[in-house]
Design a protein around this ligand. Structure first.
Ligand code: PLZ
Length: 448
């Protein structure tokens, strides 16, 4: 492994793309053979290589190939991998104590994470937070709290939504394959409303909101509806940015009808979209914000943060879990959150976003297969289509992603139709590395 010093953070890894073996190399191939005989085959991997180190904007594999990271482990390592402040905080905590269970013997870092979330999430009302382990677990708890507070049961989620893989969150998630197929029966009282998808529906935000609200009023009725849950920019569903006005109209309707508005900011949170939270862009104030992923620099932690009267409405002992707000994850979160704020990583996300958008906008002028370029900050995607018909081209999308992987760039795909290439680089990536990564993607697209 090539070690150099770098100011970017993370292990002192050379910030370079470097391919020294076939991809996958022999060590990765041997590990993949072991994986195939030891790990359930349903647990897939995007990359054919195994990691040994990561930091700044690279992931180094076990054969010493160095990949430009345009995925951040699905929007998790916003502060970079093994970011120095996170490493230091976790090392101190692991030596002090690893677990007491917050429900048995509480500790201050959990409280401090809650205080930070209450301060940083949109709105200056009185707030409370509760901590969990995964995004899906936090979503489940947001729904529990909303039902408990309103005394109502129905929940509305949207087309293209992704909220997790547990039973309740599978019901909320839209896409059948691979997330739901064969795993039913699903939780009841979950309803799906039409999303705003400007590239495909051509509706303005208020028009799309009117369509959704009409469906909700006619098919469910506000009197039965506990909550609306929505990703302010949809992640797995295809980085769909709703038309301006869609979110504010829904929030206004929810507030007028005693319906809890839950923003699932698991993928969009923590500076990713160029604001600390994506809800800020149109100034919406959700009743509950769900966070995870970027919150703790790679350690498993999630949270719900919301109006005090809503979160305090649940009976004593009604929320919890053995590991929720584990001390290592809380120490990591405090370091990560400080880094987002002090290093102004939201500004870094905006810079990354304009670089990506500029490159693909230029390419789109001569390449009509790039149907749409969308997203905000360091959460940008291109939708690949058949020119002329705009039909999704998932096969081409898959070929481009595979070619990038072989050339030393980690890119992820997403979308209901599997035809979206998404960019989620660590906010610690250097401008040079980002440019080189995009060069590889554009060349792969040209040649595909
Ligand atoms: N809500 C908006 O993006 C997780 C899932 C990848 P967990 N997204 C990546 C996969 O194939 O499993 C996600 C999300 C939004 C909730 C979740 C769920 O978060 O931490 O994976 O449970």
């Amino acid at each position: 492994m090539t070690l150099t010093t770098t100011a970017i953070g993370g292990p002192a890894l050379a910030q370079e793309r470097r391919i020294v073996t076939a991809i996958p190399g022999p060590r990765s191939e041997a590990l993949m053979a072991r994986k195939n005989s030891a790990v359930a085959s349903a647990v897939g991997t995007t990359m054919p290589v195994f990691a040994q180190a990561a930091g700044g904007g690279v992931v180094v594999d076990v054969d010493d190939n160095s990949f430009i990271d345009l995925g951040s482990g699905i929007a998790v390592t916003g502060v970079g991998n093994s970011a120095p402040r996170v490493v230091e905080a976790v090392q101190a905590q692991v030596a002090a104590f690893t677990h007491t269970c917050f429900m048995i013997t509480p500790y201050d870092s959990y409280v401090e994470v809650a205080e930070k979330l209450n301060e940083l999430t949109p709105g200056d009302h009185e707030k409370r937070s509760a901590l969990f382990n995964s995004g899906a677990e936090a979503v489940e708890n947001a729904i529990k709290v909303a039902r408990s507070y309103t005394g109502k049961q129905a929940v509305v989620a949207f087309d293209h939504a992704y909220h997790g893989r547990t039973n309740l969150t599978m019901a909320l998630t839209a896409k059948s394959m691979p997330y739901k197929s064969g795993f039913g029966p699903f939780a009841s009282e979950i309803y799906r409303a039409p999303m705003s998808y400007p590239f495909r529906d051509g509706l303005s935000g208020p028009e799309a909101a009117k369509r959704a609200i009409s469906m909700i009023e006619k098919q469910i009725g506000a009197a039965n509806l506990a909550a609306i849950i929505l990703e302010p920019i949809q992640g797995e569903g295809g980085f769909i940015v709703p038309a301006e006005g869609f979110l504010p109209s829904l929030v206004e309707w929810a507030r007028a009808n005693d319906v809890v508005f839950i923003a699932d900011e698991v993928q969009t949170g923590f500076a990713r979209t160029g604001d600390m939270f994506a809800s800020e862009h149109e100034g919406i104030v959700p009743d509950i914000v769900v966070t995870a992923k970027g919150i703790a620099g790679g350690l498993p932690l999630s949270a719900i943060t919301g109006r005090a009267e809503i979160l305090d409405a649940t009976h004593a002992g009604g929320l919890g879990g053995t590991y929720g707000g584990n001390p290592l994850a809380c120490a990591a979160a405090l370091a990560a959150i400080d880094t987002y704020v002090e290093d102004d990583l939201a500004a870094a996300a905006r810079r990354i976003g304009s670089t990506i958008v500029d490159r693909f906008t230029a390419a789109q002028a001569t390449d009509p297969r790039i149907g749409d370029i969308r997203g905000r900050g360091a959460m940008i995607a291109i939708e690949i289509v058949d020119p002329g018909t705009n039909e999704p081209d998932a096969a081409l999308t898959g070929r481009v992603a595979k070619a990038c992987h072989a050339e030393g760039v980690i890119v992820l795909t997403c979308g209901t139709y599997g035809n979206v290439i998404r960019f989620l680089p660590p906010l610690s990536i250097s401008a040079e590395l980002l440019t080189e990564g995009l060069d590889v993607v554009l060349t792969a697209l040209e040649n595909a």
